[in-house]
Ligand binder design. Structure first.
Ligand SMILES: Nc1ncnc2c1ncn2[C@@H]1O[C@H](COP(=O)(O)OP(=O)(O)O)[C@@H](O)[C@H]1O
Ligand SMILES: [Mg+2]
Length: 391
């Protein structure tokens, strides 16, 4: 027999893998009571017929947006069981990024027999409305990563969905939760949408602090591992490393990788050395994305990341100053301004940064604002630093 395979699934540490699978939801959320309560207050009137609610949830990668909105919708449905027939549909717009795809997904969630094609967006919306009305259902629609949809297809769909509720004498069919990494997602909407969403209904999730990240790893360890196999020192190291990004996914992945390493070595507990940050899979940055950049592109990006860890955007002038500092740090000669702008353009084409032109109140008028929508600056920073060190 191939006894080199013995260690696979031996389960010296793991009792079940399930809490590490990507679509598994924890029974309780760690440290988000206040946020759940805040969301509930935005939905405080949802128990009454003819009432719809709206909320916008923002936060960086791994701040628990998806898990929080999922948990909230489950709890809400349960608690309103006797009052209202709520149907939750969760659409991840990264997977369904076109208006027609999103509508199709909603329509088939309500009615699995809904025809696949041949209808215009308006017709599908009408059929969604008809379905809700005839079954007395209230749709709680979660559009996750909604910025992807808006970037591809603008915000027209959101406007039209919000208008489902504006019939003469019937309303209260659809509540909406928009979820985005982008802090300023509201800036993407026109006033017609803003007035319907309500400025006050924004919940901003902060990145997790070290304590919360330790607890999140601890929760998975308790549910998946044998007693005593994960020590407090191991959890402390996981907390320390993942605190640089505040990303819960990172703390869970560090734990999982540590378990894998320990089991592969035939041990029945995880050692502090098994927690190895260089090995974790970045949740949004592919390692190759950084590897293909030129040295100076990396240096420019590093400066930008450092600022975007703290601020929502950085002006191109400041990005230049930080680039100069980074060049000093790595003992490299600074390139000229035109070349610097070319680097910015290249980073934008790579999808690593987003730029917007803003009217500056000082200087020559136009300045670029740089943001990062899909990536975690902290994670990207540590990846670039690692690559630069290797050179
Ligand atoms: N408060 C929490 N308690 C327990 N697990 C959490 C918590 N927040 C996030 N997680 C877990 O961390 C991972 C990332 O969370 P997710 O909701 O996908 O983040 P986001 O959508 O903001 O990127 C998921 O596995 C999720 O279950
Ligand atoms: Mg998510």
């Amino acid at each position: 027999m191939a006894d080199y395979l013995d260690s696979i699934g031996a389960g010296k540490i793991l009792i079940t893998k399930e809490p590490f699978s990507f679509d598994w939801s924890p029974p309780e959320l760690v440290g988000r009571e206040k946020e759940l309560r805040e969301l509930a207050s935005m939905f405080s009137r949802i128990g009454s017929p003819s009432i719809s609610s709206r909320a916008v949830v923002t936060g960086p990668v791994g701040s628990g947006k998806t898990v929080l909105t999922t948990k909230f919708s489950q709890d809400l449905k349960k608690s309103l069981r006797t009052k209202r027939n709520i149907k939750t549909v969760h659409v991840n717009c990264r997977n369904f990024s076109r208006t027609t795809q999103v509508l199709q997904k909603i329509a088939t969630s309500l009615d699995p027999g809904h025809p696949e094609r041949g209808f215009s967006a308006g017709e599908v919306i009408q059929s969604i409305r008809r379905n809700l009305r005839s079954h007395g259902k209230h749709l709680l629609l979660i559009l996750d990563e909604v910025d992807v949809l808006i970037r591809k297809d603008n915000s027209d769909l959101i406007y039209r969905l919000l208008r489902i509720d504006e019939g003469q004498d019937d309303r209260g069919f659809l509540s909406l939760i928009l979820v985005s990494q982008e802090l300023n997602i509201m800036n993407r909407f026109e006033s017609a949408i803003l007035s319907r969403l309500g400025r006050s209904s924004i919940l901003q999730l902060r990145p997790y602090d070290e304590g919360a990240l330790i607890e999140i790893a601890q929760q998975r360890a308790n549910l998946a591992c044998r007693n005593g196999s994960i020590t407090d020192e191991v959890l402390a190291k996981i907390g320390r490393y993942s605190a640089t990004s505040g990303d819960a996914r990172m703390s869970i992945e560090l734990l999982e990788a540590g378990i894998r390493r320990a089991e592969a070595a035939g041990r029945d507990s995880v050692l502090v050395e098994d927690i190895e940050p260089s090995e974790f899979r970045g949740s949004t940055v592919e390692p190759g994305q950084v590897d293909t950049l030129s040295k100076h592109q990396r240096l420019v990006l590093l400066g930008i990341c450092r600022r975007l860890k703290k601020n929502d955007y950085i002006a191109s002038g400041d990005a230049k100053k930080l680039y100069i500092l980074v060049c000093e740090e790595y003992g490299v000669r600074v390139k000229g301004h035109t070349t610097f702008l070319k680097y910015l353009k290249a980073l934008e084409i790579e999808g690593l940064i987003d730029t917007k032109t803003a009217n500056s109140s000082i200087g020559r008028g136009r300045t670029q604002h740089i943001t990062m929508t899909n990536l975690s600056p902290a994670e990207l920073e540590s990846r670039i630093e690692k690559v630069l060190l290797r050179e």
